[in-house]
Design a protein around this ligand. Structure first.
Ligand SMILES: *[C@@H]1O[C@H](CO)[C@@H](O)[C@H](O)[C@H]1NC(C)=O
Ligand SMILES: *[C@@H]1O[C@H](CO)[C@@H](O)[C@H](O)[C@H]1NC(C)=O
Length: 211
């Protein structure tokens, strides 16, 4: 009798969990993230740069310890994904594989900026134009996974895209006259215009389909 009750109870728990799983579907099917260290979740780990965070005390509050996130615990990309209802973290481009990329990819790279050279005194970083190239690669992989470009188009049109970039174009470029020319070439206002123009271009970059 006791065993029977336990079995029934377990079954109810399983059903409740199943309902929870079904309800846990995210609000968007996929989430793509571009940006700098505020959003990076491991893309710099294998780059030759001092802008890395895959060692303690980074990650002291993260399950499993350091991951390359530039914070104690979760970063903004993780929190956004959680709020959107994703049950897992969006994988970094550096290690994303297989069908995981259908849920989105995080391209963010610590020290990266809108301009290619921003942050380069720290080593290699994946600047915005490069992140966009990586997204192009993801799209080609999605075309392969879904079989054709129309299905890929339908899928990508449902995705959410988040970009957080630009501070390194100041703190690791314009405000470092000993390393970068930009403050001698442009007034603050000219530089701001240049950045917004380049960023506007980047947001409009045409992605093409391999198929
Ligand atoms: C890493 O970068 C430093 C500084 O730019 C350079 O001296 C070194 O040769 C690089 N190491 C590798 C393995 O590329
Ligand atoms: C920045 O890098 C991209 C991609 O590697 C390249 O196509 C572009 O010409 C570079 N821009 C500048 C201003 O060097």
């Amino acid at each position: 009798m006791v065993a029977r009750i336990i079995v029934t109870f377990t079954t109810i728990l399983m059903i409740l969990n199943f309902i929870k799983l079904v309800q846990a579907e995210s609000r968007v099917p996929c989430f793509f993230i571009f940006g700098d260290s505020l959003l990076d979740n491991g893309n710099n780990n294998n780059l030759n740069t001092t802008a890395r965070a895959n060692y303690p005390p980074y990650g002291v509050d993260f399950p499993g310890g350091p991951t390359g996130r530039f914070t104690n615990g979760r970063n903004m990309a993780d929190i956004l994904a959680h709020v959107l209802g994703f049950g897992n973290f969006i994988p970094p481009f550096a290690s994303a594989s297989g069908r995981d990329i259908l849920q989105g990819v995080n391209y963010a790279s610590g020290s990266a900026g809108i301009r290619n050279e921003s942050g380069s005194h720290l080593g290699t970083c994946i600047f915005m134009d490069w992140q966009l190239k990586n997204h192009q690669e993801t799209i080609s992989r999605i075309v392969n996974l879904l079989g054709n470009k129309d299905a890929t188009n339908v899928h990508l049109n449902k995705c959410l895209y988040s970009v957080g970039i630009g501070s390194n174009d100041y703190i690791n470029n314009y405000l470092m006259p000993e390393k970068y020319q930009s403050s001698r070439l442009y007034t603050p206002s000219q530089y701001a215009t240049l950045l917004t123009q380049q960023y506007a271009q980047q947001l409009k970059v045409q992605t093409y389909f391999a198929n």
